[in-house]
Design a protein around this ligand. Structure first.
Ligand code: SAH
Length: 216
């Protein structure tokens, strides 16, 4: 496949998978059209990189389906001057999308080999200012809190209070919550007093494993 083929595949992905399902934020659509998703995958998977499904990234983990990436990103309501935190770096693809949309991006991954690969490709693509930490992300990133947006790209048994506490007032947490096999995508907004919760629909993620997630 040539470079132009990938650019065309991205354009098609946006027009056929994202727009018809209701993704409206122009900045999100532009980021999805720009970031070369295939480069976050091993070369054998490049021909499938822009398909309407998740794909394996090693260590039993997956990169989410493009629509889910767009839906979660849109829910973070980024305008450009935010501080954003991702839990579950995986391939680094979602972090690159966030880097297109926020001022500063922090991302946490518990598997160091994945974090290493993500670091390499993010550097190569000019996203060197995305900070990656190998850690249990269910603790958030205390030193850098509070955040305007937190996105968790692994499924949790319930909403970790630790992450809610690291949101600014008005900040958004987007997280899949449910059992091992299926989850509901939740958007939680921190208000002056308490939190407002919205259900964005069903999804299926790999497990969020950690002190405030699944134990194994
Ligand atoms: N956002 C990624 C996909 C992530 S898959 C991408 O764009 O490719 C989910 C990732 O969450 C996996 O890499 C998994 O190792 C990681 N993960 C699971 N529990 C975690 C935890 N407690 N802290 C940090 N990362 C975690």
């Amino acid at each position: 496949m040539k470079l132009t083929d990938f650019a065309l595949a991205r354009k098609k992905m946006v027009e056929e998978q994202l727009v018809p399902r209701g993704i409206k934020d122009d900045r999100v659509l532009r980021a999805m059209r720009k970031v070369p998703r295939h480069l976050f995958l091993e070369e054998g998977l490049w021909p499938q990189a822009y398909g309407d499904f998740p794909l394996p990234i090693g260590e039993g983990q997956t990169i989410s389906q493009p629509y889910i990436v767009a839906l979660m990103t849109e829910a973070m309501e980024l305008k450009g001057d935010e501080k954003a935190l991702e839990i579950g770096t995986g391939s680094g693809y979602q972090a690159a999308i966030l880097a297109e949309l926020a001022e500063r991006v922090f991302t946490v991954e518990r598997i160091s080999s994945l974090a290493g690969k993500a670091r390499k490709i993010l550097d190569e693509l000019g996203y060197a200012d995305v900070l990656i930490k190998v850690f249990d992300g269910t603790h958030g990133w205390k030193e850098e809190a509070p955040f305007d947006g937190i996105i968790v790209t692994a499924g949790a048994p319930d909403v970790p209070q630790t992450l809610l506490r690291q949101l600014k007032v008005g900040g958004r947490l987007v997280i899949p919550v449910g059992n091992e096999y299926s989850q509901i995508l939740l958007k939680v907004v921190r208000e002056d007093r308490g939190y407002k919760e919205d259900d964005l629909g069903g999804c299926r993620f790999v497990k969020l494993i950690g002190d405030h997630g699944w134990k194994t």
